[in-house]
Design a protein around this ligand. Sequence first.
Ligand SMILES: Cc1ncc(COP(=O)(O)O)c(C=O)c1O
Length: 462
Amino acid sequence: MSPLSNLAARDVETLVHPYIDLASFRDSGPLIFERAKGIYVYDTDGKPYIEGMAGLWCTALGYGNAELVEAAAAQMRKLSFAHLFTGRSHDPAIELAEKLKEIAPVPISKVFFCGSGSEANDTQVKLVWYFNNALDRPNKKKIVSRVKAYHGVTVAAASLTGLPGNHRDFDLPLPGFLHTGCPHHYRFAHEGESEEDFATRLAAELDALIVNEGPDTVAAFIAEPVMGAGGVIVPPRTYFEKIMAVCAKHDVFMISDEVICGFGRLGTAFGCQKLGFVPHSISVAKALSSAYLPIAGVMIREALYQALLVESKKIGTFGHGFTYGGHPVSAAVALKAIEIYARERIFERAAKLAPQFQSRLKALNGHPLVGEARGLGLIGAVELVADKSTKRSFLPQRGVGPRALQFGEGEGLIVRAVAGDVLTLCPPLIISEAELDELFDRLTRALDKTHDWVVRERIAEA
Ligand SMILES: Cc1ncc(COP(=O)(O)O)c(C=O)c1O
């Protein structure tokens, strides 16, 4: 192994990195990026990579957008910080909340700003608890999420997340957080079960869970329209209409976590519109500002807002808020991003590119390593398997996903490998048709090299 470069060595001695085996990372070191433009990021040797993951599912407008940079600089010059605590305000937050209400997929009354997707989902949980206390339903507090969901890493958000790596040895999930079945047909449907029948079974499972717990103890159900970090899982046909009926039957609040799917990822402004469900409240982050600056929000309906009024009047305060919630510079950038989305018709553009993206993606179903290529809009994944006919996965310790990621990097492509040897794709929405083809050409070469390695090293053997 080559000795780590000076910068890499300094990194290893100074940073704790998320989502890596911290021990082996001490030898491998980081891949360090220096600059970026459009859909390309450049490492410290000047090598370009297609950013096939839009950073972390977030840089919808790509890199180096001068208008966003100028929006930030102008707001910094004008008012670099102001908060929203104790009745203070500023025009970027007001305008952004107005804009979000205007483009919301359901009638939204108010927006609560925070700094990250995790903070948004923690806020969702706290608002639902507060709401049910205001309605004098003190027992209706449990929240149902799903196996393989990803809702963030703060204590409540990590409890919502349904991935073992986010729970183990963190003593999570907290009590009162439940996980119902994952809507992944390829992995969890019974032999010969149709998508519709699978959806019916999942809805029945949710119904049974709520009945078993007691409907008067279950407050809310949270879902990503398409699950992202769990492996890009598109629910089976009719899933959300059936889930929505169960939630309505038991007076359970439906929360749409639009942190990835919001702002055009599926070809619609919000993911719930594409999947056909009607949430009570919505979490947004990431593409809200195209990730030029951190900002997130919780969009709530009038009934919830009315409950907040009642409860805060009783207590004398609404005791929740973040220093940087609705930061004026972030809000100014988000406003500009939404202006660009509308002016450049970015969501329609994503819808127009989706057939090309999905047909190149689904063509990978023919690759000897690919068990399932799946996706919707401009998000997708390939799940690598040891045996296509039995769907047998590789042993995790073989590290097939991470190795494929390295071959991708060798080809000048950034993808992500999540648990189960799933390679995820989520390019900036500004990607061109030619760049999209180039992305899949590079991915195919990386998969071919991974396959050669798997055969040569007999990695598929159990
Ligand atoms: C669907 C979803 N919700 C919430 C989060 C958490 O967001 P953050 O990392 O900004 O806390 C993520 C992050 O990837 C996400 O994908």
